[in-house]
Write a protein that binds this ligand. Structure first.
Ligand SMILES: [Zn+2]
Length: 482
């Protein structure tokens, strides 16, 4: 690659507070259009904003985790522009006095540590949502545009990185790691489809060793993959311009996901175009040491540290630790299971296998799972002691997952008790030995798979109810006596 790539990301995160940033309106997603509005978020004359403390705390917690310097005193600013999604004709944002600045995010890139500097973290209000022509529900609305003010005034945190991500893949990994942390902090659900996480990128290229080139801004990427694809195309587009001796224009470009290309939207505006000035309706925001310290003590253990601890304390393979610590709720759930059944690898196998399979099938958030970690512990205990075969345990677990009932109760109700009675099983073993002479000979020659096959045949005859341990023992005895 003859050009050095420099990418900076501007990530907008809708904070998961119950109410908006400056009024009491609900922030719940999916309500009928314009049903969550009031004179304040509609920008009617004479109203005054009151700041949402929780939104400030979410922003502060994020800034702390991103190792930022927190401003002791900061002011909000009016960003003036006229657009239908902005009822006041200005957005309350932060300009030269952000809540926090000069932090960094550490993550791993191809197994190597990578540190990316964070320029600033600030708090602002979201704009309303515009719905145009082809995205509307009714065919007769195709010529119209609609505006939904439910989104106007939702707290929005902006996290701006320095332009030091050097490839689209690195930008992608930065965003994956940032999102994981935000979800651990529970400051946002980071749902990209619902717009709670949005990402703009600025990107420039320059011949190796030279200063930064002219940058373009890329908008409208609706998934992590689209971000990477859009950036890759933009690197190619800029490279071919420079190859031909042409110049890159400073402009904003839109990612067009249908046609997989980027197109020019407007030449880039400058900060002075917005006529920023301090918001006169809000007092400066003061963050004292005590508030900061209190928030620090409430921070959760974050994914990188938890990942290391899972490997060290539970003896889990790195893969397991990665899956289990990806989401805080899952990691919490796993630890509670282990507390009631202290066999981490068995628990991990079950959580990564059966548990996540069912969770993903119905797309259920972990806190809504009906089975308690203690119930899983008791189920796994039965499996370990051999009173429940793996196959039956799976069946029982499916029922537990649906109803939240105890394993013991389901086993009783469905008459799923294992057959451990040797007398009953001996006849079945005898039959299987007679019917499968080939496999019996293979087993006698020392082929272990032949034994598994024979055990499987007995299990089949009992519809999975035979105890595999007993069947194993009986088969070994029987074949040994031949
Ligand atoms: Zn409101």
């Amino acid at each position: 690659m003859k050009y050095q790539v420099n990418i900076g990301l501007e990530v907008h995160v809708e904070l998961s507070t119950a109410s908006k940033l400056f009024c009491g309106c609900s922030t719940k997603f999916g309500a009928p259009p314009n049903s969550q509005t009031c004179p304040i978020c509609l920008g009617l004359p004479g109203v005054l904003p009151v700041i949402n403390k929780k939104a400030v705390e979410y922003t502060l917690s994020t800034a702390l985790v991103l190792n930022c310097k927190i401003s002791r005193l900061c002011r909000f600013a009016r960003k003036n522009y006229y657009y239908p999604d902005l009822p006041k004709n200005y957005q309350i944002s932060q300009y030269d006095e952000p809540l926090a600045r000069d932090g960094y995010l550490d993550f791993e890139m191809n197994g190597k540590p990578r540190r990316v500097e964070i320029e600033r973290v600030h708090l602002e209000e979201d704009a309303a949502k515009l719905i145009h022509g082809e995205d509307t529900q009714n065919p007769e609305d195709r010529e119209a545009s609609f505006v939904d003010y439910n989104r106007a005034g939702i707290p929005l945190m902006e996290i701006v990185s320095q332009p030091e991500l050097h490839s689209p893949e690195e930008a992608y990994q930065y965003l994956v790691n940032l999102k994981r942390i935000l979800r651990y902090l529970k400051v946002s659900d980071c749902n990209m489809e619902e717009g709670s996480l949005r990402c703009d990128a600025n990107i420039s290229i320059s011949p190796q060793g030279e200063k930064l080139g002219t940058r373009t801004e890329l908008k409208n990427m609706n998934s992590f993959k689209e971000l990477r694809d859009g950036l890759e195309l933009e690197v190619k587009r800029q490279s071919s311009l420079l190859d031909r001796g042409e110049k890159v224009m400073q402009e904003t470009r839109l990612w067009d996901s249908k046609n997989k290309r980027t197109r020019s939207m407007r030449s880039k505006e400058e900060a002075h175009d917005y006529r920023y000035f301090p918001e006169p309706d809000l007092l400066p925001l003061e963050v004292n040491e005590e508030w900061k310290e209190n928030l620090k003590t409430e921070l959760p253990e974050l994914p990188p540290r938890r990942y290391q601890r899972f490997i060290k304390d539970y003896g889990l393979p790195p893969y397991d630790a990665g899956v289990l610590t990806d989401v805080k709720d899952l990691a919490d759930y796993f630890e509670k299971c282990v507390a009631s059944f202290p066999h981490p690898k068995l628990v991990s196998n079950w959580i990564m296998g059966e548990f996540l399979r069912l969770v993903k099938k119905v797309n259920l958030p972990i806190p809504q799972v009906k089975v308690s970690p203690e119930q899983i512990g008791r189920l796994l205990k039965q499996m370990k002691e051999g009173t429940l075969s793996r196959k039956l345990a799976k069946l029982v677990f499916e029922e537990m997952f649906k109803t939240g009932k105890d394993a013991e109760k389901i086993i009783e109700e469905k008459k799923l008790v294992q057959i451990t009675d040797e007398l009953k099983l001996r006849d079945l073993v005898e039959g299987v030995v007679k019917e499968n002479k080939g496999a019996v000979n293979d087993f006698k020659k020392g082929k272990k798979e032949a034994l598994s096959f024979l055990v499987g045949q007995v299990m089949k005859k009992t519809k999975g109810k035979a105890s595999p341990q007993v069947v194993n023992k009986l088969l070994k005895e029987r074949v040994g006596s031949l």
